[in-house]
Design a protein around this ligand. Structure first.
Ligand code: NDP
Length: 312
């Protein structure tokens, strides 16, 4: 059994920023890294939009630096994940998957969200190589400026990202698996009116094509006619939604209909449970950026500190 003033669950920019602030406030935070140490940024190649890195930094390198900064102030960083929580009492109980029972005066949830992928072996291959598959146009679109890209999806995210890419790329081909968009009319209309976006309806991806290192195209199929064709592209973007990693909290924390944690008080990191705070993508389906996650991690640590001060 372990007692802590502050348990941080998750090790992306939100979790580590919360740890840096909590540790410097002498809360001696305990941080569990979770299933994907470093979070979503570890699947990102180059990060050029995080302020303070004029030459850019790779996602994994940035996460190593954030981890080092949290360790410098004596955060207790542990590998493993939290598998169960009980937020029904003033002291919150959480269990790690190895059976460790943690009693926490405050909890900062920074479990993030996971981008959904198609699950094709070729897609996963070029995701791992960093050779042209991405789930974030705002993060990676810049690398494909002046080139042709493909984007999969028909929701608001796909429309927003296709429009973003259209300003950078010579051509964007949007693959919509049904005969219409799921996105709001205004978002879909904007895409339809953009000259360099071609929309292919009833179209699914068969394979992401490449030379083994980088993407060179996409083999797609019309699911009505079964006709196949190859679309040349160097970037293959997937925008088919995200899954917030919040399932273990659902019995205690208010979630919206898609599983994102709801803030109890706008402008704070408070959840409906006193002493439990949320930061990063677990509560954010709009911005989803490393810098916004870091910002809310800071907010959560400050809110946790103030909560503890109010008790004593
Ligand atoms: P959504 O769940 O709304 O949409 C996912 C899209 O991906 C759907 O069009 C779906 O197709 C498609 N899709 C799912 N699986 C596959 C697959 N295997 N192959 C091909 N296509 C697939 O996710 P979003 O991320 O777009 O949006 C999430 C929420 O965030 C929504 O509530 C949205 O309104 C909101 N949002 C709002 C924004 C804004 O207002 N600025 C910006 C971004 C998001 P199908 O339609 O056929 O099921």
């Amino acid at each position: 059994m372990v007692h802590t003033k502050c348990l941080i669950i998750g090790s992306g920019p939100a979790g580590y920023t919360a740890a840096i602030y909590a540790a410097r406030a002498e809360m001696k935070p305990l941080l569990y890294e979770g299933l994907q140490p470093g979070g979503q940024l570890t699947t990102t190649n180059e990060v050029e939009n995080f302020p303070g890195y004029p030459q850019g930094v790779t996602g994994p390198e940035m996460m190593i630096q954030l981890r080092e900064q949290a360790l410098r102030f004596e955060t207790d960083v542990r590998s493993g994940f939290i598998s169960k929580v009980d937020f029904s009492r003033t002291i919150h109980t959480c269990w790690a998957e190895d059976g460790t029972e943690i009693h926490a005066e405050t909890v900062i949830i920074a479990t993030g969200a996971s981008a959904k992928y198609l699950g094709l072996p070729s897609e996963q291959h070029y995701l791992q190589t960093g050779g042209g598959v991405s789930a974030c146009a705002v993060c990676d679109g810049f690398f494909y400026r002046g080139q042709e890209t493909v984007i999969v999806g028909a929701g608001d995210s796909a429309c927003e990202e296709a429009h973003y890419l259209s300003k950078l790329c010579t051509k964007v081909t949007m693959l919509v698996r049904k005969d219409d968009f799921r996105a709001s009319k205004i978002m879909a209309d904007r895409v339809k009116k953009t000259a360099n976006i071609e929309i292919l309806y009833n179209t699914e991806t068969v394979e992401v094509l490449g030379d083994g290192q980088v993407v060179t195209g996409a083999l797609v199929k019309n699911n009505v006619t079964n006709e196949e064709r190859t679309i040349p592209c160097t970037g293959f973007f997937v925008a088919i939604g995200h899954t917030p990693n919040t399932a273990i909290f659902k019995d205690f924390i208010h979630l919206d209909e898609t599983g994102y944690i709801q803030y109890a008080q706008p402008g704070t990191s408070k959840t409906n449970v006193p002493g439990v705070f949320v930061s990063g993508d677990a509560a954010d389906k709009t911005y989803r950026q490393a810098i916004t996650a870091a910002g809310t991690g800071c907010m959560a640590a400050l809110d946790a500190e103030r909560y503890l001060a109010s008790l004593h």
